[in-house]
Design a protein around this ligand. Structure first.
Ligand code: MRU
Length: 338
């Protein structure tokens, strides 16, 4: 992804492997600073995923793949490394896909690089396919951050927007701020700004207002796990946006690579949902907002039923919820996905 800091433009990835370390953009620091965190052990990788130094389903998978290769090269106990990394965040299916890919490939560094390159290439393809849905002057709603930071490069939901912009289409993106961790206001807005794409950050509860006023033409979001019937988990708040989109006749697209589809789960009710610490809701930065005696609940994701999805944008093409069998057949025939 293109990043300009101190007047210098560079191309950097969200996660990469170098000198048997895993390096990643510290996403907790964006947009104030672009700092690189270096993980040297599987415990560092587990912490970086848990603390959301790296986040977003495909990027978590890539960090896990590189982390396991690094652990193997350093002579770590691999069962312990797998358990540590696997017990970090339960919802994103890419984490488990990456672990099984690395197990099947003897935790080899070359395999980790192949995994990262495959995911990145597939997300670029999602961008090319999704771009066809974007017209000149499209106004697009997105939720959370499903950009290059969440993948390694390109993004899922943001990949079509990057390509549309690079082809000279004028687009405007409405970015839900995405409480409590503000991935929209901090990360998506930063990525769009780096690309020079016009965007407005809106309060999470403002999406319905803009939809009803006819100011949103389509919505594109990412996913953390998609069940066999098309129900999908994504950042908390996605469900209500999808319901509002249907109510207002606005197409609602889910952009995700095959590595996010979990055909072993019949429906979205079976997707494990991470519940994070109360302090994420009760405080902003170091400052507590809520009365001392108040508690909070903080589910990180919700599940949107497939009936609200217009289509899934994947590297294999566009699929409607009632056509996911065709997608499954394509994935079954794809060596990387087995
Ligand atoms: O808790 P996060 O920030 O890891 O949640 C991320 C999301 O919900 C993204 O939309 C999803 O992982 C898709 S990323 C391409």
């Amino acid at each position: 992804m293109k990043v300009t800091t101190d007047g210098q433009t560079k191309n950097i990835l969200a996660v990469w492997m170098e000198d048997n370390c895993v390096r990643m953009i510290d996403q907790r620091k964006i947009p104030e600073a672009v700092e690189i965190y270096t993980a040297r052990t599987s415990a560092d990788i587990a912490r970086s995923i848990k603390d959301m130094i790296v986040r977003g389903a495909p990027a978590i998978g890539v960090a896990a793949a590189y982390g396991l290769a690094m652990a193997k090269n350093a002579g770590e106990d691999m069962q312990k490394a797998v358990d540590l990394i696997g017990n970090t965040r339960p919802t994103a299916f890419d984490l488990f896909k990456a672990i099984s890919y690395m197990k099947a490939n003897s935790f080899d560094s070359g395999a980790a690089r192949r995994y990262a390159n495959e995911i990145t290439g597939r997300c670029k393809k999602i961008g090319e396919i999704g771009n066809m849905l974007i017209k000149q002057n499209s106004r697009i709603l997105t939720h959370c951050n499903a950009g290059a930071l969440a993948v390694v490069d390109w993004g899922t939901a943001l990949a079509p927007m990057r390509i549309a912009n690079s082809e000279g289409k004028k687009i405007t993106v409405f970015v839900d701020e995405t409480r409590p961790r503000l991935q929209g206001a901090r990360l998506t807005a930063w990525e769009l700004g780096q690309e020079g794409i016009e965007h407005y950050i809106i309060a999470d509860n403002a999406a319905g207002y803009f939809m009803k006023k006819g100011e949103i033409d389509l919505a594109i979001v990412g996913a953390d796990r998609i069940a066999a019937n098309g129900d999908f988990a994504n950042k908390i708040g996605t469900y209500e946006k999808a319901v509002l989109a249907k109510e207002n006749g606005i197409p609602f697209y889910v952009a995700a690579p095959g590595s996010t589809f979990d055909f072993s789960l019949k429906t979205g009710d079976l997707i494990p949902i991470e519940e994070r610490g109360e302090e994420e809701v009760l405080t902003i930065g170091e400052k507590r907002l809520a009365p001392e005696m108040s508690r909070s609940r903080n589910p990180a994701f919700d599940v949107t039923p497939s009936k609200y999805v217009t289509a899934y944008i994947t590297e294999y093409g566009l699929f409607q919820p009632d056509n996911l069998r065709t997608l499954k057949a394509k994935m079954d025939a794809d060596l990387f996905m087995r």
